[in-house]
Design a protein. Structure first.
Length: 171
């Protein structure tokens, strides 16, 4: 069965329902779909009313990430924000890293990412989205490269990702 066949099952997906096979379907689609298709579906799900707020979902993914993924996501997100925004949203260990970087923006290492809590990432992601809504696309591109991690969002969110991908495919 092609990824398009799987997506066709989600064209008329009803919000609030989570088919039990959504994680398996997501895995099938993630293995076959072009990365940009997966990225667009993730971005649409991050923006959807049927899913938790962007910051909350990013914090969940961050909490389930390994240190390398944590650093990669933070660098991806922070790299798309200007120094003024970075200075305004940085707190705790991130503020200290930013101050040491001379305002150019920190390059977060896996060890440094380990000092940052998911709650801080939720706050950073929420403020980053307010300052630059395009951050959702950047973060989606990053997580499209890590579909196994996306599976940790759970069946309901995965069903929304698949439905959004199906809607884009049918448009």
């Amino acid at each position: 069965m092609s990824f398009l066949d799987v997506l066709s099952q989600y064209v008329d997906h009803q919000p609030g329902t989570a088919p039990p096979e959504a994680p398996r379907h997501f895995e099938q689609v993630a293995q076959s779909a072009p990365p940009h298709v997966l990225s667009e579906g993730l971005a649409d799900a991050f923006r959807a009313d049927e899913t938790p707020p962007f910051g909350q979902m990013v914090a969940q993914l961050f909490g389930n990430s390994d240190p390398q993924q944590r650093a990669g996501m933070l660098n991806q997100m922070l790299g798309s924000l200007g120094p003024g925004v970075l200075a305004a949203i940085a707190s705790g260990p991130l503020r200290d890293m930013f101050a040491r970087s001379g305002g150019a923006g920190p390059q977060i290492t896996p060890d440094q990412a380990a000092a940052i809590r998911p709650e801080q990432v939720q706050d950073i992601a929420t403020k980053a989205e307010e300052a630059n809504p395009g951050i959702i696309d950047r973060v989606s591109q990053f997580y499209a490269q890590h579909p196994g991690l996306v599976r940790t969002l759970g069946s309901a969110a995965l069903a929304v990702v698949l439905a959004k991908m199906a809607q884009r495919n049918n448009a």
